[in-house]
Design a protein around this ligand. Structure first.
Ligand code: FES
Length: 261
């Protein structure tokens, strides 16, 4: 096991574990908005930053540095501070910037308040409520394994969408993107599932057909998959490894992130 200190307290971590994961296991709270235990860290929100000091080398103390704890591997002898004043100030700035993009997101507002953001902030006139944290994109690619959506555009036009703004065959309508979105902006897009149903239109292709698992299968149940034999068959065959179950896996294990519901 790796041993290091957080706020003066000795904490253990498994090899490869991040500071955030070790802290949470030890019951130490670090705010985080763009993290989910099942997904690769992306370091977008910067709310999980901490001050990290490596062990002294050749008798010389190392300089402290600021790092995203969701993406920083625990190491023997690290000294981590979650509450140093520069860290708190930078978190407040990060929260204000996120709020400028999503001023009406209730969870973000609550989190910002907990971090002590009291000052007014200037809403970004180009913002659409998406904070570009990439959780939906990672969930779709890594948990659902559909990779139907991605970050698109640049600058003011940066956003999330399907290639060329059109419905993508890879979308299986599982709703993982909607569920994991920390600002709720994806709700307003009639939900991926609903869009998928509309896009399927006359073809009414089964979502497993879209994944190439049941070639040519057509849905006769209005995509109420829980009533479908194909769904049961797929679950029996693939168990937890089935891509369509990615959304469920996220829900089951999502308790560790501020983004979870
Ligand atoms: S940057 Fe670590 S949780 Fe967002």
């Amino acid at each position: 096991m790796i041993r290091f200190r957080i706020d003066g307290r000795e904490v253990e971590a498994r090899p490869g574990e991040t500071i955030l994961a070790a802290a949470r296991r030890a019951g130490i709270e670090i705010p985080a908005l763009c993290h989910h235990d099942l997904l690769r860290p992306y370091g977008a929100c910067r709310l999980c930053i901490v001050e990290v000091r490596a062990p002294a080398k050749h008798g010389r103390p190392s300089r402290p540095r600021i790092a995203a704890s969701c993406d920083y591997p625990a190491q023997d002898g690290l000294e981590v501070s979650t509450e140093a004043e520069p860290v708190r100030a930078m978190r407040r700035t990060a929260a204000r910037l996120l709020l400028a993009r999503a001023p009406d997101a209730p969870r973000l507002r609550a989190l910002a308040e907990r971090l002590g953001v009291r000052e007014p902030f200037e809403p970004d006139p180009h913002a659409d409520g998406c904070i570009l944290c990439g959780l939906c994109v990672r969930a779709c690619a890594e948990a659902v394994r559909a990779a139907a959506i991605g970050l698109t555009g640049r600058g003011e036009r940066r956003g999330v969408g399907m290639p060329y703004g059109e419905n993508h065959d890879a979308c299986i309508g599982c709703g993982a993107c909607d569920w994991i979105c920390p600002t709720g902006i994806l709700h307003s897009q009639a939900d991926a599932a609903e869009r998928f149903r509309r896009a399927a239109g006359e073809d009414r292709l089964c979502r497993y057909a879209r994944l190439g698992l049941v070639p040519g299968a057509v849905c006769a149940l209005s995509y109420e998959c829980h009533r479908c034999d194909v769904e049961q068959m797929m679950r029996a065959r693939f168990g937890d490894e089935h891509p369509a179950l990615g959304a469920e896996r996220l829900r089951r294990t999502g308790g560790a992130t501020e983004a979870s519901r």
